[in-house]
Design a protein around this ligand. Structure first.
Ligand code: MRU
Length: 369
């Protein structure tokens, strides 16, 4: 998608053909800076400190992290150690495990001398597949927006609420929750997006707003607690969010606060959709609330906030009394019963085991046995 009118992707190879270039998302929206990854440790740290984040992008970065690891040492032991290091970076997004297992399965079967080239080829393919998947999610989700627009007075925008950043910055391109929005825009359907700020790391205020601004999509940033009020007053036609891990029964883990939006949506009759690539489905889990690991991050993300002045100088300030403890749960789980439907690359389905199995029969069968 566009930044200052120029097309970008979130990750790719540098001109030398082996180093990995990322957009440093910790600097957005105040500075647009790229970073270069040269080692396994660079890739692992980029995921841990959230220079890259968002479930699909975490997976793609891990895939390239394995490429960098194998350049240094392509032995069986080094491959196993690199997989273990990357798996420890963040616990909730299952795309990380998916990408590592996909890469490991292919690479372990090859002699060490062939692994580096094969790793780079597969990492690039994972990225291309993700772009195609997100584009397909956009096409399927577009139908939802089109139907809502058709029921509104001509020219009135479809008001869509989203949480966190499930945009192109969380994937390689297009995004998941944002892909239908970008497609609607391309089709000339008027849309307006309510952007939840998404404390504590403000991925909505910093990243989703940045994306939408650069794509020319009308939007308004709101505090996390505003969504219920807007829904009560008919100001939200549709919620679309992303997910970091969805069980085979349709329970959805996503950024903390998503569950409360789903409850408000149910109370107000607002459709609540979750957009996801099939790489985000954990076919081994049936009970999201009990089984999905929820990341807990540094409490300072809650007790402090960083902002930047017009001259570019950034400052971190304390929000809470010195001595008050804070807890930082990064994700929550929305039970499937609150999800109106899932938007996948193969189409829409109910958030149920049967719905997902109908769209992905081969994966459901493989998981069953
Ligand atoms: O902690 P983050 O920024 O990695 O969390 C991201 C989200 O919760 C996204 O909604 C999710 O990864 C979907 S990405 C298309």
């Amino acid at each position: 998608m566009l930044i200052d009118g120029e097309p970008w992707r979130t990750i790719g190879l540098a001109e030398d053909g082996w180093r990995v270039t990322i957009i440093d998302q910790t600097r957005l929206p105040h500075a647009f800076v790229t970073a270069t990854l040269e080692t396994l440790e660079d890739a692992a740290r980029a995921i841990e400190i959230m220079q890259v984040r968002g479930a699909p992008l975490i997976g793609a970065t891990a895939a390239y992290g394995l490429c960098l690891a194998l350049r240094a040492d392509a032995s069986d032991g080094a491959l196993a150690a690199a997989c273990a290091r990357l798996l420890r970076t963040r616990p909730t997004a299952v795309n990380l495990r998916w990408a590592i297992e996909d890469m490991r399965g292919r690479l372990a079967a090859l002699p060490p001398g062939e692994r580096v080239a094969a790793a780079y080829a597969r990492a690039a393919a994972i990225c291309e597949e993700d772009v195609a998947i997100c584009r397909a999610i956009g096409d399927h989700g577009l139908a939802l927006i089109r139907a809502i627009a058709a029921a509104k007075p001509a020219g009135e925008p479809v008001n869509i609420l989203t949480h966190c950043n499930a945009g192109w910055l969380a994937t390689i391109d297009w995004g998941t929750a944002t892909a239908p929005i970008y497609r609607a825009r391309q089709e000339g359907i008027p849309v307006h997006v309510w952007v939840d700020e998404t404390r504590p790391r403000n991925q909505g205020a910093a990243l989703t707003a940045f994306e939408l601004l650069h794509e020319g999509v009308p939007h308004t940033v709101i505090v996390d607690n505003a969504g219920g009020h807007l829904m009560q007053h008919g100001m939200v036609d549709l919620c679309i969010v992303g997910t970091d891990r969805t069980t085979r029964t349709g329970d959805v883990a996503n950024k903390i606060g998503t569950y409360l939006k789903a409850l408000a949506a149910r109370d107000n009759g607002v459709p609540f959709y979750v957009a996801l690539p099939s790489t985000t489905i954990d076919w081994s889990l049936t009970d999201g609330v009990r089984e999905i690991p929820i990341e807990q991050r540094d409490p300072r993300e809650v007790t402090e906030i960083t902002g930047c002045a017009a001259d570019g100088r950034c400052t971190t300030v304390r929000l809470t009394p010195e001595g008050s403890p804070a807890a930082n749960y990064a994700f929550d789980v929305t039970p499937a019963r609150y999800v109106t439907g899932l938007v996948t690359e193969r189409g829409l389905c109910p958030a149920t085991a049967e719905g997902l199995a109908a769209l992905f029969p081969e994966r459901a069968a493989a998981a069953a046995g």
